[in-house]
Design a binder for this molecule. Structure first.
Ligand code: SF4
Length: 227
């Protein structure tokens, strides 16, 4: 099979994002993920099989939006795009051949050198269920080896990962690899609740309150004070 005939499973394509990488983006949501975060905003990518798509067909579809994302690019998100290595690489390579910038949104648990090299990176640190951040060390080590700095995000969940100790640990981890890099907090939201209902699945964080602007400000202050 040629690279452009390579097949992968995707959930959907969305054109119109200003938050999934630099500039305006088209986002390809991959199906499947190696994690099961209880706040996951895209449960349909975890529990549905997705549509089998080939690289050529997807590129054809994305070309239609080219005027829109001219100053941004295409983001491969999900789900976890690094789980479908062949397909991700084939898609990223083909897009770049057409002069389109590619960004991966990843959970940072798959420290694959080829994938890390294949585009810009947004890494969302999942410290809500576990304090073991070893996976990120491996991922960041590879980024540093390649002289790449990922944009780092973290979903701030009130009462779950916003206590001082957790934030200081996060700050220490990131600073040890990228001393100048900011951590971008994403407020926990429950807009995805309807998706869980439609899938017949209980939303695990249903009873947790959403994060407010004040929570973000507080977390940023605590982060600055980390030693
Ligand atoms: S890593 Fe992302 S897509 Fe996977 S379960 Fe967590 S939030 Fe959902």
């Amino acid at each position: 099979m040629t690279e452009r005939g390579c097949l992968g499973r995707i959930d959907s394509v969305y054109c119109g994002s200003g938050v999934d990488g630099p500039g305006l983006r088209c986002v390809v949501f991959f199906s499947g993920c190696n994690l099961r975060c209880p706040f996951c905003h895209n449960p349909e990518t975890l529990y549905k099989e997705g549509t089998l798509s080939d690289v050529d067909g997807l590129i054809e579809r994305l070309r239609r939006y080219r005027g829109y994302f001219r100053r941004g690019g295409v983001t491969l998100s999900g789900g976890e795009p690094f789980l479908q290595k062949e397909f991700s690489l084939a898609l990223a390579n083909s897009l770049r051949t057409e002069g389109i910038r590619v960004c991966f949104e990843t959970n940072g648990h798959i420290a694959d050198p080829e994938l890390i090299a294949a585009g810009d990176l947004v890494c969302d640190i999942k410290n809500q269920q576990t304090k073991d951040l070893t996976a990120y060390r491996r991922f960041f080590e590879e980024c540093v080896r390649q002289n790449k700095t990922p944009r780092i995000t973290n979903v701030l969940v009130p009462g779950v990962n916003d206590e001082e100790e957790s934030l200081h640990e996060l700050a220490r981890l990131v600073r040890s690899f990228f001393p100048e890099e900011k951590i971008h907090f994403l407020p926990f939201r429950k807009l995805c609740e309807e998706k869980y209902q439609a899938l017949g699945i209980e939303f695990p964080y249903r009873s947790i309150r959403e994060a407010e602007e004040a929570d973000i400000v507080r977390a940023e202050v605590l982060l600055k004070g980390a030693k």
